[in-house]
Design a protein around this ligand. Structure first.
Ligand code: 6GU
Length: 228
């Protein structure tokens, strides 16, 4: 998968995507991520990409012209499956959305700042609007990093058995069961016997039961979907 990201803060995005599983995905050539500084397409020598909003009010709005030039210049190189705008009023990201987006070849992400981008860009270029939850961030960059991480780890070959996405929380609408590692007893706190039993069927059943209990107690909203 190839992901292009248009942003005024490329540094903010590059760092979170350069470690751990995202680093491995890129080293293996399964994922490429290119950040593009919107100021390359600024309307003047001061690097201006935003302006006051019509109708008045506090906060700047990202202008049409730099965004259109950025998008169209990148579209000359690639055909995008989706052009995604990261915005708190978008559809909330969940595992199902991440699963679906991971099937695409080329994505273009646009990070908003200030009061957001001119509405006409949303009408004429954006194909999907994504939020990462009901709270406000200073800009779309951290949300874009979250989205790329959630998608990137699902690409075939990125995860191995030890990190398999199949046992993640939210796949099958269940939270993950509790996990333990050595020692079997620490300060008198014991690892559940069943996990030391060596009986794979019993262990599987126990994990499934714990996942169900945990989901029912902590996330009744998700548990409802599991039952469907
Ligand atoms: Cl995508 N952007 C911003 N600025 N804030 C958010 C968000 C996105 N998702 C949740 N909060």
């Amino acid at each position: 998968m190839h992901v292009d990201i248009i942003t005024v803060l490329p540094e903010l995005l590059n760092s979170p995507l350069s470690h751990s599983i995202m680093k491995r995905a890129q080293d293996k050539g399964l994922l490429t991520v290119n950040t593009h500084n919107l100021r390359q397409w600024a309307v003047n020598e001061y690097g201006q990409v935003d302006d006051y909003q019509y109708g008045g009010g506090a906060g700047m709005v990202m202008m049409c012209e730099p965004l259109v030039n950025a998008i169209e210049s990148l579209q000359k190189e690639r055909k995008y499956d989706e052009i995604i705008y990261l915005t708190p009023d978008g559809k909330t990201l969940d595992q199902q959305m991440a699963n679906q987006l991971s099937l695409n070849e080329n994505l273009l992400l646009i990070c908003g700042h200030y009061k957001g981008i001119d509405e006409r860009i949303r009408e004429h270029y954006i194909t999907k609007e994504v939020s990462i939850g009901d709270y406000v961030l200073s800009g779309g960059e951290l949300a874009a990093a979250v989205l790329v991480d959630a998608i990137g780890r699902l690409l075939p070959g990125v995860l191995n058995d030890e990190t398999s996405a199949l046992t993640d929380s939210f796949q099958d609408h269940l939270l993950a069961p509790p996990v333990y590692t050595r020692p079997a007893e620490y300060k008198g706190w014991k690892v559940p016997d069943v996990l030391l039993s060596g009986d794979p069927k019993k262990i599987d059943d126990w994990r499934h039961e714990m996942a169900i209990d945990r989901t029912r107690q902590r996330r009744p909203d998700i548990y409802k979907k599991h039952e469907e």
